[in-house]
Structures are given as structure tokens and as C-alpha cells.
Design a protein around this ligand. Structure first.
Ligand code: PRP
Ligand code: MN
Ligand code: MG
Length: 179
């Protein structure tokens, strides 16, 4: 699997440091608020567990599964809700954790859904932000790294469901997805 990677962008240590920094900030910002952390499956699994363990506050966690890429490197444009939240989010202070914001469609879909369910507040923490990919106007509140306009994998991010378990974020060799 490591052989398929052309270049490492963010090492496990880089990500650990950024999770610590964001977790500290979130501990301050959410003190006394008992936020509901929402992990956006599947990509955000690793980053969610890293950030939440750096948050020294009471918090609940829930999961939603949103998907729009399928097995392609380009978004289908259609966000599919394949698993909804269990929690009632009414009146809650919600903290969404994502692995990457690219076109922004997934995040827009989720924020509209949450606002429609009358949350008290919603903020977004993402490991990666790819502003060059943006097609809808949306921003994260907490950002780990700004990534160049390349297809990245690892640390939760997949290509055709693979590479999520890489402990770092990297760029695939082009021959892996160019047939
Ligand atoms: C990826 C990624 C984000 C979203 C970002 O999810 O994990 O959730 O796309 O792209 P966007 O800003 O263009 O919407 P994907 O649809 O691949 O599902 P997955 O998390 O299960 O891999
Ligand atoms: Mn995702
Ligand atoms: Mg994906």
C-alpha cells in the first residue's frame, strides 16, 4: 500500500501536532457547552478520534454517513445520506468534524440539514481544506492544513475505499487512478 504513494504531504507527527493545537482551542471555545461532536463517515474517522481525545471537556459524539465520490476522484455532485444521526440535535451546539472540504457540497448539505433541525450553533473542524476545489461558498471554522489542488489519500481519505488506514496524508502515484 505504501508503494502506491508518490509523496507524503502530512506525516503522522504533523497531524498529531495539528490535532493537539485544534483540540486545545476547542477545549477553550466549548468549555461548559457540552457540544455534540459529529463525525462525518467514513473519511473523518481517524481525525475525529485524534481531535476529540485532545478536548478536555464533556462532549457527546454521533455519526452521519455522507458520500458523493463513490470510486471516482471527482465528486458526483450528489451527496447521499446513507446513515443518519441517532441524536436529537435540537438546541445543541454541534461541532462537525471532517477530513477534507473540497467542493464544499458535503459540508453544505450537512449544515443545511442541521440548521433545518434547529441546532443552537454549528461549527466545523476539518483536517484539510482545499480552497481551490470550492464550488459552493462555505468555510470551516477550524482548519488543520490547507492542501494544494491534488487528489489526496490516507488518514481516513480513500480512493475507491482504499488507503483510509494509511497513517499519513499523501498523493497517489498517477498510474493508480489513470487507466
Ligand atoms: C469525501 C470527504 C468529504 C467530502 C469532501 O467524502 O471525506 O466528506 O468528500 O468533498 P466535497 O467538499 O467535494 O463534498 P466521500 O464522499 O468520498 O465519502 P467518504 O468520506 O465515505 O470517503
Ligand atoms: Mn467524507
Ligand atoms: Mg471518499
Amino acid at each position: 500500500m505504501n508503494n502506491d504513494i508518490e509523496r507524503v504531504l502530512y506525516s503522522r507527527e504533523d497531524i498529531h501536532q495539528v490535532a493537539q493545537k485544534l483540540g486545545k482551542q476547542l477545549t477553550t471555545d466549548y468549555a461548559g457547552k457540552n457540544p455534540l461532536i459529529i463525525c462525518v463517515l467514513k473519511g473523518a474517522i481517524l481525525f475525529t478520534t485524534d481531535v476529540m481525545r485532545e478536548m478536555d471537556i464533556y462532549a457527546d459524539i454521533d455519526f452521519i454517513n455522507l458520500s458523493s465520490y463513490g470510486n471516482e476522484t471527482i465528486s458526483s455532485g450528489q451527496v447521499q445520506l446513507t446513515k443518519d444521526l441517532d441524536a436529537d440535535v435540537t438546541g445543541r451546539d454541534v461541532l462537525v468534524i471532517e477530513d477534507i472540504i473540497d467542493t464544499g457540497r458535503t459540508l453544505k448539505f450537512l449544515i443545511d440539514l442541521l440548521k433545518g433541525r434547529d441546532v443552537n450553533s454549528v461549527k466545523v473542524c476539518t483536517l484539510l481544506d482545499k480552497p481551490a476545489g470550492r464550488l459552493v461558498d462555505i468555510k470551516a471554522d477550524y482548519i488543520g492544513f490547507e492542501v494544494p489542488n491534488e487528489f489526496v489519500v490516507g488518514y481516513g481519505l480513500d480512493y475507491a475505499e482504499r488507503y483510509r488506514n494509511l497513517p499519513y496524508v499523501g498523493i497517489l502515484k498517477p498510474e493508480i487512478y489513470q487507466h
